[in-house]
Unconditional design. Structure first.
Length: 122
């Protein structure tokens, strides 16, 4: 039987990866897309901040990655940022992330359920 290839598109993007991952509240998740590494984490700090910050860590090494910290998102039971987040380019097209996050309480500890779509501009 021939393998069926399915591609998913929105009006402006191609979905290049999607899935669900459970992250302990004090941890992070990493994505490696071709040679680009992204590390996502979520934190509550009680301050009014921009929704997220991004910076390149270990720049100019083979371990370089973009560290993306989302602030005060996990304080909600379920949230979906309203905008697609542009995080770089691949093959001359914008690479973007779209996600939803929900919280799972385990006593005094929280885990996060991250539902994500990595998108590439058409």
């Amino acid at each position: 039987m021939e393998t069926l290839t399915v591609k998913t598109f929105t009006p402006d993007h191609e979905v290049i990866a999607d899935g669900v991952v459970i992250i302990p509240s004090d941890s992070y998740v990493e994505f490696l897309i071709q040679n680009l590494k992204y590390r996502l984490s979520f934190t509550n700090d009680g301050e009014e901040r921009v929704h997220y910050s991004a910076s390149v860590k270990e720049k100019d090494t083979s371990n370089a990655y973009m560290d993306i910290v989302f602030y005060n998102v996990p304080s909600l039971l379920f949230t979906t940022p309203s905008n697609v987040i542009e995080l770089g380019t691949m093959e001359g097209k914008k690479l973007c992330l779209r996600f939803s996050l929900s919280t799972i309480q385990r006593g005094n500890i929280s885990d996060y359920v991250l539902m994500y779509n990595w998108l590439m501009e058409k």
